[in-house]
Design a binder for this molecule. Sequence first.
Ligand code: ZN
Length: 303
Amino acid sequence: MKTKFTIGLLSIVFGLAFAPLSSAQDLGPHFKKVKDGIYVYAGVLNEANSTIILTQEGVVLIDTGQTPKDSHVVMAALKKLTSQPVRFIIHTEPHTDHILGDFIFSPPAIVIAHDGATASMKKAVTPESTEKRMAASPEMREAYKGFRLVTPHVEYRDKMALNVGERTFELYYLKNIHSEADTAIWMPKERIVFTAASVTVKRFGNHRPFVSIPDTLSGIKMMKALNPEVVIPGHGDPGTVKLLDEMEKYYNLLLERVGAMVKAGKSLDDIKKELKIPGTEDWEGKDRYPNNIEAAYRGVTGK
Ligand SMILES: [Zn+2]
């Protein structure tokens, strides 16, 4: 007992020096440590992120990765960091590139998402679509072993707070930014904000017909007002508030230019053909640019 106490005391005093496997390098090439106990798995270019957050009372995951293959990578990393289970999974959005690996952690993990997530997931995940995804490769089929769709145990509305161990998570609904159920997550003590799909990194977001650029700008403004130190987008590398600034600049410019062209009597088709937004030349996902213009057109004209 005495020895155990001494070791315990020593590890408190020299905690930093003795902390096992604290560097993200030990976890694999796609992991980035953003704060003590917080690791982002930012997979391959354009793929969805998954973030591991250690707490005194177990692990919280923000999304579970692009595919179940990624979720297994996250699970392996987790096992190197802690023997504690995943207590909660919080989803930034219900699309399949964020949620399909939940079955690997749940049970025991409790899944939380905004109202509307369950309906969205059930629509997208059918036996046929699952078979198609599994057929991508033998490794993918292996990663799907034991697959079942886990729908959220908790669906909140507008906002909620979750306290796990020493950490607090504030969840805010982001209206009309990308999916039927987008959530921004704010960790006030760590000053980290998870932006869901409101922010993209050198990539055009996919703007479905209900997406509103004015609403997206309100969401970005709300997140900037939190004064975050670290900004973690749904896809792409984590960064600083600059990520929010850049997105805000892009959307404002898009609205302004589309507005000017509408005023000049241009049709939506003309605008799609003629308008280029400076600074986006090297962005990915150019096939989505027309739907960005459509969203701006709706924002400007109300149509
Ligand atoms: Zn999505």
